[in-house]
Design a protein around this ligand. Sequence first.
Ligand SMILES: Nc1ncnc2c1ncn2[C@@H]1O[C@H](COP(=O)(O)OP(=O)(O)O)[C@@H](O)[C@H]1O
Ligand SMILES: [Mg+2]
Length: 237
Amino acid sequence: MEKREELYKGKAKSVYSTDDPKSLILVFRNDTSAFDGKKVEQLDRKGMVNNKFNAFIMQKLEEAGVETHFNKLLNDQEALVKCLKMMPLECVVRNVSAGSICRRLGVEEGLDLNPPTFEFFLKNDALGDPMVNEYHIQSFGWAEKEHVLKMKELTFKVNDVLKQLFLDGGMLLVDYKLEFGIYDGRVVLGDEFTPDGCRLWDVETRKKLDKDRFRQGLGDVVESYEEVGLRLGIKFD
Ligand SMILES: Nc1ncnc2c1ncn2[C@@H]1O[C@H](COP(=O)(O)OP(=O)(O)O)[C@@H](O)[C@H]1O
Ligand SMILES: [Mg+2]
């Protein structure tokens, strides 16, 4: 597999073309950003930790019947993935209230949400990723109706699989964000699942083990990501 040109440099990852038009290389960088890119830092080892974390989770999801873009790890910071036509949407499921929903709806952090709630956000940094509804998605042509249904179904399926996986490691999956794309006409999970894009709390102490440590300046960011990984049985070196 030959790595060719950089197609896109995002806030945390870079995307490269390869000699196979159906494959891409995803590079997990150490860059860590929050608040729409207003806070940015380099965190040692984060690229490697997130790359291996993501590989582990994607494989668990694949085993559970969720098709993902993940093909294989190439090295510490790079993975080979299927080239998807990404939909410009983020799918968010919340099991417990935290983050933007608390500000938006004036609810306290830590409420159990029964049933879990679902939100779509438009991936648009300039607009601060606004929340959108299914009518917006149809009216502006961001995704087809059947693909919207499939994204919701898959996002909830991921919840069933990962809530239990994290609980087995003594962690609460508070919320998470997924991005999907189209591959051969199918809706496939893309991007990443790492502590950068979800909230995880220790089930006993409710200690935050995810990117809120970075957002809130709590320290030990990568150390916490590694702790999460170790609790799941991931080996980082
Ligand atoms: N399998 C894939 N095929 C095509 N694009 C992808 C795939 N997986 C992720 N992407 C896109 O690559 C980019 C990853 O870089 P990231 O740093 O997360 O960017 P961003 O700042 O846009 O969130 C994202 O825009 C994501 O939508
Ligand atoms: Mg991203």
